[in-house]
Ligand binder design. Structure first.
Ligand code: GTP
Length: 574
């Protein structure tokens, strides 16, 4: 026997890795337990053959293992749980015989050959397979595959678990072994969809879009590189095409994500480089047959080398200039590159470490999630400060507008609207306190003639000067406003008829005595003022109308004078 196994070892599941008898060629008699394979050489399983050998290309070879179970084995067929074997990945198709009986296989053997190198399978050991002496013979009839696949991929049992144990334990273990891949698939699908959702909410977050695509791509890859994909029941070539399609596309997406993260524009050369990955990906998806995978892998791997140098270089540069997102990404990237290096060495140098690419993906994607969360905070903060700044600008613009809406641009006095607000407040004050106020309408005399003689610009100048002169003679509480054209209005609080008349006379004489100087010329203007005092039962329009009537009478009476409202009109109100 090649192996001795105790019952305890069996209960815990024992590895079948190690030396098996090996013989190229094909003879179904080699399946029989009684066949004597003692002169066959041994070969280690799993076994990565050097590429290019193609020793078993287009032909069969057999692997045999004789196991001697020790202890009370006869019970095994009866009360003991059913036994089983797990066969790992075999290039490229095989049949399994246990105790001389065909129990199954993976892929199809010639003449209906079908490459299938990725499936692990658990087989029940028929009770009859075990001899009375506790001997068990496993025989694998392995088809080497096409010359192309063999020369590029090696041949035979090459990867995964080869074990014997209780059937139900092996089935459970083969399911639980796939859980990390399922977890990764769900994790990345979640990452991907969430970031696409965030992008759909805020189109500014472009990096999120590319991150989402990368994550979904990895999620698909994680699923298709797990054994659970066989639940889909697709043809083997289709699994491989989609799996390779995702992997081949990944560098282009990674580059895009990094460019976006570092806010770098993509040059023509970079676009062409990304395009090459896209072409590779489409090629494996669209060109029928498996052989396209064998042909493209090497070139794709070569094409990847620049990315593996370019990405760390870009991230290092950004990290050195103090980009915090680049710093976080750098940690993930280092782990990712180490994982890639490990896996490439498994393929090209026969390293026997476990494949680490999934770990690398998790590392880089997690570091990117952290970077993107930081980016999100930065975007939010800058958005907030932008909003705050704009709000402040809007407020001050509103304030300026509100002032402008109440101001006369020529004289800087309040305009009619501004005056009406003040006057309304004055009316309310009168109603509260009984303290009266007077309204004065002030009009420049013959201003049309003045304009005609001296020009409009000179008229403007005089209007400004008159406003200034009047203001100088007013108290702080008085309000002078431009009522329209060449007419001003004055609200004089806490002042009734006689006081207001005195003030009006003062204003009139002041302007009449003033000499204006404009463009080397000296000139004078006069004012006519109409005066009214607010009384009980009054309203603002009436009061202004009385002042206007007084002004009109003043004009009619020869101008340059102060006219007080008619007492009989006031009496009628009271
Ligand atoms: N320069 C200047 N002229 C103005 C402005 N607003 C109104 N005017 C002029 O003021 C003149 C007012 O003319 P009228 O209403 O006929 O009155 P007036 O010539 O002053 O005659 P009386 O009021 O009857 O003394 C018009 O010619 C207007 O063009 C202004 O902002 N600037």
């Amino acid at each position: 026997a090649d192996r001795l196994l105790s019952r305890d070892a069996l209960a815990q599941g024992a590895s079948l890795a190690g030396g098996w008898r090996f013989q190229p060629g094909d003879n179904l008699a080699w399946a029989a337990p009684e066949f004597d394979d003692s002169d066959w050489p041994t070969r280690t399983i799993p076994h990565r053959a050097p590429k290019g050998g193609a020793q078993e290309a287009l032909q069969f070879s057999w692997y045999r293992l004789t196991i001697q179970l020790q202890g009370n084995i006869e019970a095994a067929g009866g009360q003991s749980p059913l036994l089983g074997v797990q066969i790992g990945k075999v290039l490229s198709a095989y049949e399994l015989y246990i105790g001389g009986e065909l129990v199954g296989g993976v892929g199809a053997l010639p003449p209906d050959s079908e490459v299938n190198y990725d499936r692990m399978q658990v087989y029940a050991i028929p009770a009859s397979a075990l001899t009375a002496q506790g001997e068990l013979v496993l025989a694998m009839r392995v088809w080497g595959g096409s010359a192309l696949s063999t020369s590029l991929w090696g041949e035979g049992p090459h990867e995964g678990a080869f074990r014997i144990g209780y059937y139900r334990d092996l089935i459970a273990a083969s399911f639980f072994n796939e859980l990390p891949a399922v977890a990764m698939c769900i994790l990345f699908a979640g990452f991907g969809l969430y970031h696409l959702y965030l992008f759909s909410r805020n189109r500014q977050l472009r990096t999120y879009f590319w991150y989402g695509l990368v994550a979904l791509n990895i999620s698909l890859y994680a699923f298709l590189s797990s054994q659970l994909r066989y639940y889909l029941d697709w043809p083997f070539a289709l699994y491989e095409k989609v799996e390779f399609g995702t992997i081949y596309l990944l560098p282009a997406l990674f580059i895009q994500m990094l460019l976006s993260l570092l806010a770098k524009p993509a040059g023509l050369l970079m676009r062409a480089y990304q395009g090459a990955f896209l072409v590779f990906s489409l090629l494996v998806l669209c060109v029928p047959g498996m052989s396209i995978l064998f042909r493209t892998l090497f070139y794709w791997e070569m094409l990847c080398l620049p990315v593996l140098l370019w990405m760390p270089w870009q991230i290092l540069r950004a990290a050195r200039t103090g980009n915090p997102e680049a710093r976080t990404s750098l940690i993930g990237l280092v782990i990712f590159i180490a994982a890639c290096a490990n896996d490439i060495l498994i393929d090209i140098a026969g390293l026997t470490t476990p494949r680490l690419l999934p770990v690398g993906f998790v590392a880089i994607m997690l570091s990117m999630v952290i970077s993107l969360a930081n980016r999100f905070t930065t975007v939010l903060t800058s958005l907030e400060s932008e909003v705050a700044q704009q709000t402040a600008e809007l407020r001050s613009a509103n304030r300026r507008l509100a002032v402008a809406a109440r101001e006369d641009p020529l004289t800087g006095l309040l305009n009619r609207r501004g005056l009406l607000d003040i006057a309304a407040a004055e009316v309310q004050r009168f109603q509260r306190t009984g303290r009266t106020f007077s309204v004065m309408l002030v009009d420049l005399d013959h201003f049309k003639q003045f304009n005609d003689r001296h020009g409009h610009a000179c008229g403007d100048f005089v209007l400004q000067e008159v406003a200034g002169l009047l203001c100088q003679r007013l108290r702080d509480m008085d309000t002078l406003a431009r009522w329209g054209g060449e007419e001003f209005i004055l609200i004089v609080p806490e002042t009734s008829g006689p006081g207001a008349a005195a003030l009006a006379e003062n204003l009139r004489s002041c302007v009449a005595g003033h000499r204006f100087h404009y463009a080397g010329q000296e000139m004078a203007v006069t004012l006519t003022l109409g005066l009214a005092t607010f009384v009980t039962g009054d309203n603002l329009e009436q009061c202004i109308a009385r002042a206007d009537a007084a002004l009109y009478r003043g004009k009619a009476a020869g101008r340059n004078r102060v006219e007080i409202e008619a007492p009989e009109v006031v009496g009628a109100i009271a």
